[in-house]
Design a protein around this ligand. Structure first.
Ligand SMILES: [Zn+2]
Ligand SMILES: [Zn+2]
Length: 280
């Protein structure tokens, strides 16, 4: 596994490369714009050029760069106006990623707002199909596993499988697994055996080849709590063993593992160093 973290784009978007390197990240994830703002940002040609140039000169030239979509986007919003807004913002995300040469766009599947899971799953697939018929992206869309808080979809591997199945262009959609989220959703990760069992379930339902990116977060809340509270690695209820095991897992040799833990850059630095030290 290649270990890194979420990196800020404050200032200029291309500053992410120096920030990532300063905490020892081998890979990283960014928002391509303020994640809590609807208005779509379009980068000037010179910023895009600078981004490509800095990447080519950096240690990130040949590793995948991950982006996380805005939290405002809900691919299965029940309100038609909100859905339309979400769809437009999602296509804008795809276009921004392509302009920057980003490899993976991670997005939470969405909240069905009380309309039911089946309805939500169909709506997510409908939105993905709409987006892919509007714009053919190069960036690969990754649906992220969730903790299943409230009406959030994506807390069962079966739900992600159904969404991808219903989406016509399967080669465009894959999965990002967040360790904190799947643990909170009830999948075991507390020791090597539990990790193996969870990977087996994932493989049975989705196929491990669809697992492209990991989010590495320990969990403050217990297994099956359906509550999403990230903890630094080794400081939560998952514990260091699972992460150490995954770091050296032969199936994920070059996969990005992205930390999204509290504690700022200092904690990122410490956790990245810790995970490098346990990698065999
Ligand atoms: Zn995550
Ligand atoms: Zn989370």
């Amino acid at each position: 596994m290649k270990i890194g973290c979420h990196v800020s784009i404050a200032g200029k978007i291309w500053q992410c490369f120096e920030r990532a390197e300063s905490v020892g990240a081998e890979v990283f994830q960014i928002f391509t714009q303020n994640q809590r703002q609807w208005k779509s940002v379009q980068y000037a040609g010179e910023d895009i050029e600078q981004f490509h140039q800095l990447r080519n000169q950096s240690i990130y030239r040949d590793v995948p760069i991950v982006s996380h979509a805005s939290y405002l986007i809900n691919l299965c919003a029940e309100d038609p106006e909100k859905l339309q807004r979400s769809r437009q913002a999602f296509v804008d995300e795809l276009k921004r990623c392509d302009a920057l040469g980003i490899d993976y766009l991670v997005i939470h599947p969405g909240s069905h707002g009380g309309k039911g899971e089946e309805w939500g799953i169909a709506k997510v697939a409908e939105t993905l199909n709409w987006a892919l018929s509007t714009y053919q992206p190069t960036v690969r869309i990754l649906l992220e596993t969730t903790a299943g808080q409230g009406n959030n979809l994506g807390y069962r591997f079966e739900q992600l499988q159904a969404m991808i199945q219903k989406t016509g262009q399967k080669e465009k959609v894959a999965v990002c697994v967040d360790t904190c989220h799947i643990f909170a959703a009830g999948y075991g990760l507390e020791n090597e055996q539990a990790v193996d069992e969870t990977l087996r379930i994932f493989d049975d339902i989705l196929g491990l080849e669809l697992l492209k990116v990991w989010h590495f977060n320990d969990s403050q809340k217990e297994k099956g709590s359906r509550r999403d509270r990230h903890a630094p690695i080794g400081e939560g209820l998952i514990g260091l063993d699972a992460f150490a095991y995954l770091m050296s897992h032969p199936k994920f040799k070059d996969h990005p593992a992205i930390l999204e833990i509290p504690g700022g850059d200092q904690k990122f630095k410490e956790n990245i160093a810790l995970l490098k030290s346990v990698r065999k």
